[in-house]
Design a protein around this ligand. Sequence first.
Ligand code: GLN
Length: 446
Amino acid sequence: MNRHHRLPLTALRNDANVFASRLDGLDAPTVWHEFSPLAQEYESINLGQGFPDWNPPDFCIDAMRQATDPKFNRNANQYARSYAHLPLANVLAEGYSKKWNREINPATQIATASGVTNVLYCALQGLIDKGDEVLLLEPAFDIYSSQVNMAGGTCVYCPLRPDLTSKGTASDVFTLDMDELRSKITDKTKVLILNTPHNPTGKMFSLKELREIAQTVLEHPNLIVISDEVYEHIVFDTKEEPHLSIASIDDGILWDRTLTMSSSGKTFSCTGWKVGWAIGPPHLVKAVTAIQQWVNFSSATPTQDAIALSLQQAKEPYQGFDNYYEWLANEYERKRGLLTKALQGAGMNSITPPGGFFIMADTSQIDFPYETIAKQPSEAMPSAQMPRDWALSRWLTQEVGVTAIPPSAFYSESNIHLAKDTLRFAFCKGDDTILEAGRRLNVYFS
Ligand code: GLN
């Protein structure tokens, strides 16, 4: 017998809370863990979690093959440069230099990491001290607040005020009250996180709004903007509502204060490749690279090479369009139309998104047994009392067979009431899937 077996064992008690106390609550399941399994259980059409259910274009798949093949690429399969793989940084620098009319240095002004989720994590770890405040505009993608908490920061929430009577797009419906924003800024506010096109609403911040935000930021010398622009190429009525980066407006008035983040997952329908980047002045990019070198050291080389090749290929004519981006926007515009029609069948009013691949729908007309559903157990539910939108999404899944994301997952407790009459539906799904959702809604509600 092994002599170690005679030693007294100090077993970890099953009920011991091994989770670090500074991460209090972050071990709870999230909205993503609740609604995808629920959709599966009820064989519901899942318009919840936002990822495309089709493959990347062939040129991306070919690029990925090439990226791992030593015949084409001698350094294909070893660590990438920690800060950013230069073949990718070079292509990004060229693209954003043109887009922003500013010379971007690939060696010092670009960081890459495993998707924007990881880029943001590094940035917040690099920028936030304990007690620093981070301003989030609600609804805010749920990962933001958790990452702020992990960095020791304090979230301060400024809600976009929904005006469901507005006949405009999501940009008009979800408005930012500048006085309210200003009132939330204190000496401790270090970062403002912007997201345009915005998840979950599809709102795109206008030049007027960005200018006002920029002016406010400039009044506070310690304030930095992180702008998450991962849906930058999924934009529709660009003449009316162009996608604008706050880093580039007014000859770069806020360039020194802004870290812009974007990624390849949404643009090339490859959310699993996890290639994201931050672009900005060296002193801000350094916040990402300083953390990255200790967390991942570098992100995967082949995916970065494949995205570098894909970004070059995307500029070429594609499927009858002048370039891949135009094809992409056109595809999504058609799908937005399909989903809008599908939701009308249930008496839901779509709040037209000018960007992104989600529709927020006004569900106030839907009657359902809230009291009964609200008694169902839900580990991921953020509030003691199940919010109406949360219950409605559970009920739609179970009774109608269509699943959405309840936007209350994107609100802090004090603003959760703003979510009650809306649901977020994804249209990054096959036409047949959207049509089937429409059929189910129509059959049930007519
Ligand atoms: N960004 C996607 C969404 O909002 C996916 C989120 C996730 O998987 N955490 O649906």
